[in-house]
Ligand binder design. Structure first.
Ligand code: FES
Ligand code: FES
Length: 233
């Protein structure tokens, strides 16, 4: 049997954990290897809400809809500013923000369908800088609003220490709650000027339920990221 040197085994193990954490965050555009975490430019797509066909821009989607789904009324257009990029998207009046993120933009990180009734926090995004539940917020209410998701936070170089702390502390088990916890982590760091106490972190995360019991890992990751972002103090 081929023996794998312990050092290589540990490197491969770390890469696998990093890959699992990033994939749990819904971060297909960020990859992990034994050498570390690599960022690639994120490509967004416009998805037809009826047939799921994807397009590179809104005008092409509009032309597709009017040409291929003539029997249907053109859906409402709203403008989201998601992770600092502006998007015009089709939404139905009854769609929640969670549905719009998945069906109109193709973002799956924070758009987890867990309880779908405001009880678990797994769909938490930041709307105009404040935490909000995407499953109980109507998409049409978010017209013109700034929305931040785990994908945008993870791609922000300023929050790289947070991403690395999340990977290092193996915060994702099944991964369902992780993007929302990660999004809350950014909110906590910014609300407490990079100096939250463990108690403040626990209180802020109390609405985010983790069935896998990773709570202590989030507190540790946020404390470590805060120290690094303060300059190691
Ligand atoms: S899925 Fe939104 S709070 Fe549970
Ligand atoms: S990691 Fe499984 S629900 Fe939190």
């Amino acid at each position: 049997m081929t023996q794998i040197p312990r050092r290589e085994f540990l490197k491969a193990g770390t890469a696998a954990i990093a890959g699992a954490t990033l994939s749990a965050l819904g971060l297909g555009s960020i990859t992990a290897s034994a050498e570390g975490v690599a960022f690639e430019k994120q490509v967004f797509v416009y998805t037809c809400p009826v047939c799921g066909k994807q397009f590179s821009d809104f005008e092409k989607l509009k032309a597709h809809f009017t040409g291929n789904h003539k029997e249907l009324d053109l859906p409402k257009t709203v403008t989201f500013i998601i992770n600092q990029v502006e998007y015009d998207v089709f939404v139905e009046d009854h769609w929640t923000l969670r549905e719009a993120l998945v069906r109109a933009i193709g973002l799956t990180g924070n758009a987890k369908q867990m309880c779908d009734r405001g009880g678990c926090g797994s769909c938490t995004v930041l709307i105009d800088g404040r935490p909000a539940l995407a499953c109980t917020t109507l998409a049409v209410e978010c017209d013109g609003k700034q929305i931040e998701t785990s994908e945008g936070i993870a791609a922000d170089p300023e929050y790289r220490p947070l991403l690395e702390a999340y990977v290092r502390n193996d915060t994702a088990q099944c991964g369902y709650c992780t993007p929302a916890q990660f999004t809350m982590a950014k909110y906590i760091l910014s609300k407490y000027d990079l100096n939250p106490t463990e108690e403040q972190i626990r209180t802020e995360l109390s609405g985010n339920i983790c069935r896998c019991g990773t709570y202590a890992r989030h507190v540790k990751a946020i404390m470590e990221a805060a120290a690094e972002m303060r300059g190691g103090q």
